[in-house]
Design a binder for this molecule. Sequence first.
Ligand code: HPA
Ligand code: ZN
Length: 326
Amino acid sequence: PDRDLLIGRLPKCELHIHIEGSLEPEMVFALAQRNNIRLPWDSVEALRRAYAFGSLQDFLDVYYVGMSVLVTEQDFYDLAFAYLRRAHADNVVHVEMFFDPQGHTSRGIAFDTVVNGLSRACAEAREALGIRASLIMCFLRHLDEDDAQRTLDAALAHRDRIVGVGLDSSEHGNPPEKFARVFGRARDAGFQLFAHAGEEGPPAYVWQALDVLGVARIDHGVRAMEDDALVARLARDRVPLTVCPLSNVRLRVVPDLAHHPLRHMLQKDLAVTVNSDDPAYFGGYVNDNFSAVARALDLSPAEIVALARTSFSAAMMSEEERTRAL
Ligand code: HPA
Ligand code: ZN
């Protein structure tokens, strides 16, 4: 209770949120109706029952069907604005929002439709709520590198509205090195670089994300704890890790929150942040993640404050913006 008051009051940044993963079941059905899309579930309750995942792939199978209700620019705007309003209620002051363009262009939705809707929501939320938000485009790693290259080509026309590129979707069998060339081009074009690694995949994928792709942050990274040399490297360079506790439980990366490695990560001096990943699917927004993991691991007020502060040092902000936000 005191802990939750503190969590609620702390300003924080959210650095690992897939905007399509903020699509609540009610909005899935409302948009399906608006766009005349047939869904494989006949009610909100049936869709919620599908949220019993045994693995990352189980989740992704539902996630890609869920996002198929997003068709018009207004749909993307509504989705992002609803998330930003919800994040603002959690005292999130800065968001770096992932989106999955290939999940839309593969269905015939124009890249521009996606980016126009999302970026307009970010701009209007800044005006209306004061929350800052930027966009990070993720490549789907289960697709080939040529598909990622074409997606990067499309993004170049929106260079001013996309701050970075990331890597997500099915990790097993899709190592970061598969995307070495497209990440090189993205770097040359001035994008910040991020990658999911060490969620289900092995520590070797985290090494590759750092040394082959050259990313600025690791998304998840919990399996890095299996490799002492990697832990030392992440600590030495203060590489931020965007950890998502409720996601890790729902996707069975950890058996339960009491066994979550977050406390050990803090003890190893890793730059850990707490995030929601896909809040509509995993049972909570960022404060819910803070609250659940703080309770399960009995985190002290000082540890909770440290996690929130690290979200600012890990964010893509100038020193001036950081000072003003804190
Ligand atoms: N991992 C990989 N891909 C994803 C995730 C995730 O947690 N969420 C949405 N796409
Ligand atoms: Zn993620």
